[in-house]
Design a protein around this ligand. Structure first.
Ligand code: NAD
Length: 432
């Protein structure tokens, strides 16, 4: 990449997760849950209970905009299953948020917590908005309004939100402050992903990328690939993608492609990751600075050893799965590969590390943050990293072994491992 490539272009590539595809996300989740429940020998009642969240609420949030007008935003909070413990999951600010997507994501959070053996069920929230077009103060008013709207069903022992797409530690801080004001006592355990000074955990910001890194380290061992010099392509350069690029670069791998919503950069000799990290904005955009961009779809099909979709859902589909050249696909994003594509990749011998395993680093360190808030004693970054490594390696191995012994792909194996805790806890509670 050369400085002469620098220029400002502002064409946004159209995201693939439109309404009909996200409804598919919920349907496809239910299809695998059904298969996992049957493979585990559970009865239909388990499926009937777990195929949908226990509760999903829609809220309307009036916000005074900077020009004095009032705008009404729509938001959601979905709680899949709280048999194991309080529900837990991020809040997404995005124009394409919809109820079906939030529901599916809350189900996945239950599975992730089950896989990582955390004492939680799954939750998820979202607001239909575009934070890129809102001012700092408008975002603050929206964040506080959302907490007021959902305050009855959330709390440190009920449902604990966290950051997700286009939300960050500042937004978590406003939400925590609003909740603490409503309850009239300081409640750091209400939300995770907070700034360190407000009870955030060391290592939370990089947790998802660290978890993905550990999965990559385990996956290359299974495929007999040397990580040193391995060629990596990463779709998405936000929280998950950019830190992952840094960790891979530091580990001696060659990051040959990255992308954002506007396009992709590719260089078979390896990209200058430090330079790109320095230039990306807070929304994970960097390719607008360059002229020599290719499309996201072109990037996915480039020759590489490891492909990491770390942006949005439905990126690897039946249309392009046959042209994916990576030996390993590690899903940092939620739902980047469709069910049909999963099958095609499996038949072609590609090792796919599914989202509900690969991206559990975030919720795992969120759990560590909540534990530290509850005990009022805080761990060092090394302690957090070591605890995270233990969780990720154990989870990876359990799912890999399940996939080998039960002759199922890694996604189905992950569902089988993840569903056990909510199913067993619901049974012990006498719900089914
Ligand atoms: P982010 O908002 O920080 O970054 C998103 C990145 O994706 C940006 O670079 C953005 O430009 C890019 N992007 C957006 N639309 C795109 C499109 N149409 N094509 C290509 N790229 C596009 O988000 P994040 O926190 O890095 O999350 C990325 C994915 O990882 C999401 O699916 C999220 O649910 C998942 N995830 C994140 C975490 C976490 O802790 N951050 C945890 C678990 C899962």
């Amino acid at each position: 990449m050369k400085m002469t490539d620098l220029v400002n272009t502002n064409q946004v590539q159209k995201p693939c997760n439109n309404e009909s595809e996200t409804i598919d996300l919920l349907t496809s989740t239910q299809l695998i849950i059904k298969e996992a429940v049957q493979n585990l020998g559970y009865n239909d009642e388990v499926y009937e209970l777990l195929k949908e969240p226990l509760r999903t609420i829609t809220v309307r949030i009036p916000v005074r905009m900077d020009d004095g007008s009032i705008k009404i935003f729509t938001g959601y909070r979905s709680q899949h299953n709280d048999a194991v413990g309080p529900t837990k999951g991020g809040v997404r600010f995005h124009p394409e948020v919809n109820e079906a997507e939030v529901k599916a994501l809350s189900i996945w959070m239950s599975l992730k917590c089950g896989i990582a053996n955390l004492p939680y069920g799954g939750g998820k929230g979202g607001i239909i908005c575009d934070p890129r077009n809102m001012s700092f103060r408008e975002l603050e008013r929206l964040s506080r309004g959302y907490v007021r709207a959902i305050s009855q069903i959330v709390g440190p022992t009920k449902d604990i939100p966290a950051p997700d797409v286009y939300t960050n530690s500042q937004i978590m801080a406003w939400m925590m402050d609003e909740y603490s004001r409503l309850r009239e006592f300081d409640s750091p355990g209400f939300i995770t992903g907070k700034p360190l000074v407000l009870g955030g955990s060391q290592g939370r910001e990089t947790a998802t990328a660290r978890g993905v890194t550990i999965c990559i380290e385990e996956a290359v061992k299974k495929k007999n690939i040397e990580l040193q010099g391995a060629r990596i392509v990463i779709q998405g350069f936000g929280n998950a993608g950019s830190f992952l690029a840094k960790f891979m670069h530091d580990a001696g791998a060659k990051v040959i492609g990255i992308s954002d919503a506007h396009g992709a950069l590719y260089d078979p000799e390896g990209l200058d990751i430090d330079y790109l990290l320095d230039r990306r904005d807070s929304y994970g955009t960097v390719t607008t600075l360059f002229t020599n961009v290719i499309t996201n779809q072109e990037l996915l099909e480039k020759e590489c050893d490891i492909l990491v979709p770390a942006a949005i859902s439905n990126q690897i589909t039946a249309q392009n799965a046959g042209r994916i050249k990576a030996a390993i696909v590690v899903e940092a994003a939620n739902g980047p590969t469709t069910l049909e594509a999963t099958k095609i990749l499996d038949e072609r011998g590609v090792l796919l590390v599914p989202d509900i395993l690969a991206s559990t680093g975030g919720v795992t360190v969120s759990y560590f943050e909540w534990v530290q808030n509850n005990q009022g004693y805080y761990w060092s970054e090394d302690e957090v990293a070591e605890k995270l490594r233990n969780v990720m390696v154990t989870s990876f191995e359990e799912i890999y072994q399940t996939s080998q012994t039960r002759h199922v792909d890694m996604r189905l194996a992950a569902y089988m491992v993840g569903i056990r805790k909510p199913a067993e806890a619901s049974r012990y509670r006498g719900w089914i």
